[in-house]
Design a protein. Structure first.
Length: 131
């Protein structure tokens, strides 16, 4: 009897820097993890609304729509509110973190980040049953 195909863990990465998109995507993508990238806030919103993501990683400073605004929109929408959303950014002052938390961010990863930090987050979320 054939095993059911396992749905990949889908990550939406909203990041305007091509090198960071490539780095995160190559670091996390494998047969069990699929990273979909958006280069600006509006593209990120469109992709997130399409659904099917298990994690959203986004920068705070984005063209078209900043990450904090995008976070607020996604956390108010019942279709995306329960998806874990982590800010991945160089804006790491205490005030920046508080603003992101008030907008609904579930966590904050400071650039420059360690690959092991991202992989540990993905492993933790993959091991947690979906809400």
């Amino acid at each position: 009897m054939a095993a059911e195909p396992v749905e990949p863990f889908r990550i939406l990465l909203v990041e305007d820097e091509p090198i960071i998109r490539e780095l995160v995507s190559s670091m996390l993508s494998d047969g069990a993890v699929d990273v979909v990238c958006a280069a600006d806030g509006y593209e990120g919103l469109k992709l997130a609304k399409g659904g099917g993501f298990h994690l959203i990683l986004m920068d705070v400073v984005l063209p078209q729509m900043d990450g904090v605004t995008l976070c607020r929109i996604l956390k108010k929408d019942p279709a995306t509110a329960r998806v874990p959303l982590y800010m991945l950014t160089g804006k790491a002052k205490r005030a920046d973190m508080e603003i992101a938390t008030l907008a609904g961010a579930d966590g904050y990863i400071q650039k420059p980040f360690r690959g092991t930090e991202l992989m540990a987050l993905v492993d933790k979320l993959r091991a947690t049953p979906a809400p």
